[in-house]
Design a protein around this ligand. Structure first.
Ligand SMILES: Cc1ncc(COP(=O)(O)O)c(C=O)c1O
Length: 394
């Protein structure tokens, strides 16, 4: 663990960083890879025939390959985006919608996997059906069976809740949806960084994740498109990079992944994301999962013994390292501000871009305080958080 922490120089400033669900820290190796691109082989990709451009193109393609390996899919199936939000919007805007179609989503979702579907609903007269979770964020599979039918075009569901850490039964949802001929998009922003994810085994059609939550640079994200669906929709953005040939009145598209990455992409960021994927594979997702589970168990137990309310499942086996809580009588933002002032502890507070979940399920209009872990988090971090909270509540 100490070796890992040495790769994250920001930890030397003394910050107790418990906000990795918002954005992770980045190891030195990722920053170095970005710097090397700018300082040694800066050039645009897929355009030049000189050595620098060829190297930049190769490194950028290799980065797709590394991310594909991490997720258990093929290189062509991985599209780099700006973030999860852009990845989901690409699918929502790209699919063809007909009056009478319906979309199934849930009330747990981050706004990024909710608003794009509401807009499609409004624009095309498509019904948006919402599955309601239980208070701990878990679902009854029968609720999906009830709402998914032959007219369901897509089921858009998160893999792991950004508020509760609850893991959705994705394989079962995929099975129910596919039986009715519906596509499945999983929002993997909170799963890809923390769990061993094999998309071929899960069987989803689309999967979105944020590079910046999985040790990659900010401004990076991932969209997985199952190869059977490359021609299912037209890329919403057109321009340089996406075409094979252009004529006066027509054009033909190039192959994936380039087809879905219009214009000059975030080259340095993409290369850094590849290094992040490599870093995660080297440490091992199983080890990260186990490490976070241990810290999660410790924190939940400590919070409950202090008299705080803990949301989501209390069993760490049923979730990732995201722990939302409430200090009785204190607004979440006040708790977060005091934690920073008293202990240089960074946590997130508020509604976590999940208004429907807080409003209708948790019934907490002011939100919650959320501590979240990653591979560089330590037992000492948990102890500092708990002792600072004790002083704050005292
Ligand atoms: C579950 C989930 N979905 C989507 C997002 C949006 O991610 P981004 O801001 O990288 O687009 C987040 C970010 O917190 C998230 O946790």
């Amino acid at each position: 663990m100490n070796d890992i922490r040495k790769d994250f120089p920001i930890l030397e400033t003394g910050v107790v960083y418990l906000d990795s669900a918002a954005t992770s820290l980045r190891p030195r190796q990722v920053v170095d890879a970005e710097r090397e691109y700018y300082e040694v082989y800066n050039a645009n990709i897929e355009r030049g025939v000189y050595e620098l451009s060829e190297r930049a193109s190769e490194e950028y393609e290799l980065a797709h390959e590394k991310v594909a390996k991490l997720l258990g899919v093929k290189r062509e199936e991985i599209v780099f985006t700006k973030n999860t939000t852009e990845a989901i919007n690409l699918i929502a805007l790209g699919l063809e919608w007909e009056n009478g179609d319906n979309i199934v989503t849930t009330l747990v979702e981050h706004h990024s996997n909710y608003l794009p579907w509401l807009r499609i609903g409004e624009r095309y007269g498509v019904e948006v059906r919402k599955v309601r979770p239980k208070e701990d964020g878990t679902f009854e599979l029968s609720d999906f069976e009830k709402v998914i039918d032959e007219k369901t075009k897509i089921v858009a569901v998160n893999h792991v809740s950004n508020v509760l850490g609850t893991v959705s039964p994705l394989e079962e949802i995929v099975e129910i949806a596919h039986k009715k001929g519906a596509l499945v998009l999983a929002d993997g922003a909170q799963s890809a960084p923390h769990l061993k994810v094999n998309l071929k085994e899960i069987g989803v059609d689309f999967f979105a994740a944020s590079g910046h939550k999985m040790l990659g640079p900010t401004g990076t994200g991932v969209l997985y498109i199952k190869e059977d669906h490359f021609d299912l929709f037209h890329p919403p953005f057109l321009g340089g990079g996406v075409i094979e040939a252009v004529y006066e009145d027509s054009y033909t598209l190039t192959h994936p992944f380039e087809r879905f990455e219009a214009g000059t992409p975030n080259i340095a960021g993409g290369i850094g994301l590849g290094v992040a994927a490599e870093y995660l594979m080297k440490v091992g997702l199983e080890r990260i999962e186990e490490h976070e589970r241990k810290l999660t168990g410790m924190l939940i137990e400590g919070l409950l013994s202090l008299g705080a309310t803990v949301f989501g499942p209390h069993d760490p086996e049923k979730k990732t390292g995201v722990v939302p809580f409430e200090v009785p009588g204190m607004p979440p933002h006040q708790v977060a501000m005091l934690l920073w002032e008293m202990g240089k502890i960074a946590v997130r507070s508020g509604l976590h871009c999940a208004h429907p979940l807080h409003r209708y399920i948790l019934k907490r209009d002011r939100g919650t305080v959320r501590a979240s872990f990653y591979l560089y988090s330590t037992e000492e971090d948990v102890e500092v958080l708990l002792s600072t909270l004790k002083d704050l509540m005292g």
